[in-house]
Design a protein around this ligand. Sequence first.
Ligand code: ADP
Ligand code: MG
Length: 695
Amino acid sequence: MKIPRGFSYAGIHSGIKAARSDLALIFSELGCAAAGCFTVNAARAAPVRDAASRLPARGIRAIVANSGNANALVGPTGESDAREVCAAVARALDVAPDTVLAASTGVIGVRLPVQKLVAAAPQLASARGSAIELAAAAIMTTDTRPKLASGAIKVGSADVSVAAFAKGSGMVAPELATVLAFLTTDASISPQALDSALHRAVHQSFDMLNIDGDMSTNDTVIALANGAAGNAPIEEGTPEFEAIVSAFESICKDLGRQIAEDGDGATKLVEVHVEGAPDVDMARDLARAVAGSNLVKAAMFGADPNWGRVLAAIGARVGTRKWPIDPTRATVSVQGVCVYTNGGPAVIDAAAVRAKMREPHVLVSVTLVEGHERATAYGCDLSYDYVKVNADYTSQTQASPDGTIARDGRLTNYSPGFKHALLVEALSYISRFTNKRAVIKYGGAAMVKDSLKASFANDINLLRSAGLLPVIVHGGGPEITQTMEILGRGKSEFIDGVRVTAREDVKVVEMVLTGKVNTEIVSLLNQSSAHAVGVSGKDAGLLRARKLVSDRDLGMVGEVTHVNHELLEVLLDKRYVPVVSPVGLGEDGEGYNINADAAAAEIAIALRAYKLIYLTDVPGILVNGELVSEIGASDLVRKIEDGTIRGGMVAKAKSILRAIEGGVESVHIIDGRTAHSVIAELFTDRGVGTLVRRD
Ligand code: ADP
Ligand code: MG
């Protein structure tokens, strides 16, 4: 991520939380124009009251933000505590105390452990660097991943960049939403212009975000602009001002979407469009009402196209406000499929709509007939996990006398019935998994998106701790295609999911697969452990190959003739996690490009794997848009023949058939676009995606 000039960031562990990082810093070499948007909650936290009274302002140098403790509803010490922290950070940075702002998020009603923060200030100051991710991680509470976004614009001849981060998760309702968000830019702009730009961006983004309808005490969005880009100061009412507003707006929307996707317990992002409203405030209000309706959200979790709940939510709002809108004349569509129109339900293929609603991003549109105004709101579904995360938040959050906030997840806190069920279930998986081998084909979005990469890495490490022996086989993702284009080798052609590979391109394929993609996956997995080992199909002759002969000449695409699994056995014995790049070594000494789906199947057979799992970008095998949760081998053959299975799925289906024939017990295709899908597949009895059985 490109960091604006003159800014540095830090994230450290100061001891508010028991183990995780909890203190973030943003620092600017130059005094900044600063502006903020804050919660309208009347019970707002001390740092919010303080910052709100000081902004907009000039000359701001730093923001110190802590997680774990909200510094809210603690009485009069709240404000003096916040000021003391600012003063300590100012001393450590050698700047004036009134140039530092504070923000807090976490548990309400516990006094901030000021001494710990004061003591940590020098360490915080010296940890400054360009790693904005560390600051983003330090403000997380129940967030499962850090949220970052950036953008760049030209102002005259100057390049202006904006880098931002946020946290969200629960207690997120419009105006604002629990959000801490910080935007940093090297633009030169006056505090007043910055203030109006920020307000406009927040109005279209965080104000339109609703996770759970509960407004927080701590919402804070602050923008800092230090002028290091050297542009002529941006004035309101100019095209440059509009450009920075739209950069802020798209960054805030991006952060808002990340917050909605990662809402407590959320499994999907829900976007609600309302159009045809008599005025824009009505459109905004109605969009937020639909996104905030518990029944709509529960239906989204269940992938149920229940348009009645959408119109009920609209009707309730319209009725209480006595607005001149007739909800019965609206048109409602879900994922682009019209479900209600002309005063009645539309004829739909409910199964197909349900399949579309299993996507990680669901769009609900309501078109009214009373006007021309429109608005978009963001939210998420309501899952069982929302209650789990929030039911016992304070009773499981323990503040020790020294102010450390620890999550007390000890089993003793649970009811005996729950404890029993949890232990029995966990033990049964652990005994089932011990020393079993699972080959996982890693592909699609799970390889590209940062948050999914992180959850994949966590899952693999968890599976390994539960006794399973995972082996990862990866594809090239979009990297090979991109590199080929950069090198001017033109667009790749795919036949049934297999990349046609010219002789002169096989080196590029190998370079990207083994040199780049493989090492990146190994680094990702070894960030939190040190067990992943990168292996090319050429290493120790793992994948022997010959030219794959088919109707069309596929060039240097190989088929596996033999898997020399000795090296993998050695690694698995020592409980390492092999990460295989699918390059084959020909008898002729040539390198061959092996389709990763096929390589995974051959490796699973050779290792007598207990499971073979394909992570991809669809919920599983789809027939008429509907997910097939189980299918037999001969049925799968028919689906290839009759063209129900096409493109990239053909390579997978053929590989699956080969694996089953070769003795692999169960093969699954699962949706890599949803976080933790590997865990969901292995640790639940229902399974997810498509299971292919032997006949
Ligand atoms: P990967 O990167 O995971 O190998 P591919 O694009 O090669 O993904 O293969 C999966 C693709 O196959 C799906 O995204 C989908 O477009 C396509 N496909 C074709 N027929 C089907 C089907 N019946 N069910 C599911 N996906 C299908
Ligand atoms: Mg593929």
